[in-house]
Design a protein around this ligand. Structure first.
Ligand code: SF4
Length: 510
């Protein structure tokens, strides 16, 4: 959902009453506060490391007279805290946007709107907004469901969504038709339409997944599609053959790590019931023309820099295993099971900030070895990945995968090759400022200091100071403590339900 969250928000706003524009900082670059004028109503959303950026933008837009409504992960999980920075916050799915609009027009905006993420209302997306807003992705981005039934402990989906819900097939088809009809005549999306399904877990509901596959297979214009799936899907060879026959060209698979200990530690049970070997499963899918992408996670609590390098070497040396599409450290995202456990055990770094939860920063106080070698490795992997795995090794591996795919379709070649080199292109775009890669001390973005000279000390603290999750001792900060207490109470109630206390009575009954 993240890359198209703006489209979903816009779908719930009446275009007859509002002139809607989308702005995506990953696509357009940082928003220039000088352009804040002329907006009446602004919706902001983002991931947890973006929360401070949302606060900064809220300041700029509110100062220009706009009403600011915020959603996303932090607003969903901590709405009472988040509301102080915005005129209203939406906790949950985008579906409360229509209520926000109604109340805004009536001059009766409420501070918090709640909508269960798994509860989906009826709306059709208008993809023409992408063209109007200058956003031009290679593929049509779509979603046929939300959420996931698994409970990986590092993932926010179980806390934010807590289940899986699907869109009706008719509505999904209407969105795809709209995407096809409104794409620019100068775009690849018009001449070689491919669909990237951004469902959190496309494979969660098998019947729905197969119905969507069938629709895409039979669509006369769609040339290929990809989706995000769990690793157990790869084990199902018949399903993979079905996908290939239905024009599937790529799957982003929740592999995260090739080490069983890692998977067990984070309750990634769906990756553990292997009847076959995951490398064989990848090779099988790629031999059917389905490029496999995945993320590789590093866990500095349990892995030394040498362990991390060994993991990368093992991937690089196996000709059948693609390079990871992205690399990340394990981030204790606030509100996840992992986060609460680490917070209670005092394992989180002192002065941990939302901004540190970017998947590149070490967020823990107890590491597998002193921080220095780990930081040196992370600096290489995120800024100079060719020092971790040389370009020549990746090129040889990519050529092997191209041969193995048995396809002569240049578009499939592009998908296979671009996934392998994605980490390199990402690293090249990294900012040049020096970093510590350690939570609490890592360099902040320049936007934290981009406020007017006449800002009051209160507003500077409120909108431009980073949000801390832990104090100097690694304990929850004041704003977080009530949530931590609530979580403790819920956890002990759950434990009591699991281990009910036996009541022994000496009375005799029949
Ligand atoms: S399978 Fe993926 S989406 Fe589902 S809980 Fe695990 S990491 Fe999150």
């Amino acid at each position: 959902m993240q890359p198209i969250a703006g489209l979903h928000v816009a779908a719930l706003i009446d275009p007859e009453r509002f002139d809607i524009t989308l702005y995506h900082e990953d696509w357009h670059g940082p928003f220039d506060p000088a352009n804040c004028k002329n907006y009446d109503l602004v919706f902001l959303t983002g991931l947890q490391p973006d929360f401070d950026r949302m606060r900064q933008l809220s300041f700029h837009f509110r100062r220009s007279g706009a009403t600011v409504v915020a959603g996303g992960s932090v607003c969903t999980l901590f709405p009472e805290y988040a509301r102080q920075f915005f005129d209203a916050v939406c906790s949950g799915g985008v579906d409360s946007v229509s209520d926000v609009i109604r109340d805004y027009l009536a001059g009766a905006l409420r501070p918090i709107y709640r909508s269960p993420v798994a509860q989906i209302s009826q709306y059709t997306i208008d993809y023409s907004l992408l063209r109007k807003s200058g956003i031009n992705p290679l593929a049509h981005l779509a979603e046929s469901s939300r959420g996931c039934s698994f409970k990986c402990s590092f993932c926010v989906i179980p806390s934010e969504v807590g289940g899986h819900a699907r869109y009706g097939l008719e509505r999904f088809a209407a969105s795809i038709e709209n995407a096809l009809e409104t794409s620019s005549v100068f775009s690849l999306r018009r001449w070689y339409p491919m669909v990237m399904l951004l469902d959190n877990n496309f494979s969660d509901n098998r019947a729905h997944m197969l119905a969507v596959c069938q629709y895409l297979k039979e669509h006369p214009r769609i040339r290929g599609w990809g989706a995000l799936v769990t690793q157990n899907v790869l084990q199902d060879r018949e399903l993979i053959e079905q996908f290939a026959a239905a024009k599937c060209v790529g799957l982003f698979v929740g592999i995260e790590s090739f080490e069983a200990d890692f998977l067990r530690r984070y309750n990634k049970t769906q990756n553990l019931g292997r009847r076959s070997n995951v490398v064989d499963d990848i090779a099988f899918a790629e031999s059917h023309g389905i490029a496999i992408g995945y993320g590789q996670l590093f866990d500095p609590r349990h892995q030394t820099a040498a362990d991390m390098q060994r993991a990368m070497d093992a991937i690089a040396d196996n000709p059948f295993v693609p390079m990871p599409t992205y690399l990340s450290t394990v981030a204790p995202l606030a509100g996840t099971q992992l986060f609460w456990e680490d917070l209670e055990a005092g394992r989180l770094a002192a002065n941990l900030r939302f901004r540190d939860l970017d998947g590149e920063t070490v967020c823990y106080s107890r590491l597998a070895e002193p921080a220095e070698p780990i930081v040196t490795f992370l600096e290489r992997v995120f800024r100079r990945p060719w020092m971790v795995v040389g370009r020549g090794r990746i090129l040889r591996k990519t050529l092997h995968r191209l041969r193995h795919s048995g396809s002569f379709n240049p578009m499939r070649w592009y998908i296979i090759a671009s996934a392998s080199f994605h980490c390199f292109s990402w690293a090249n775009e990294s900012p040049g400022a020096s970093r510590t890669y350690l939570a609490g001390t890592d360099t902040l973005d320049p936007q934290y200091a981009e406020h007017p000279a006449d800002i009051s000390p209160e507003d500077r603290a409120r909108y431009f100071e980073p949000t801390f999750l832990t104090d100097g001792e690694g304990r929850p900060t004041d704003w977080l403590e009530p949530y931590a207490e609530e979580h403790r109470r819920a956890a002990s109630a759950k434990a009591r339900r699991r281990n009910p206390v036996a009541v022994v009575s000496d009375s005799v009954t029949a």
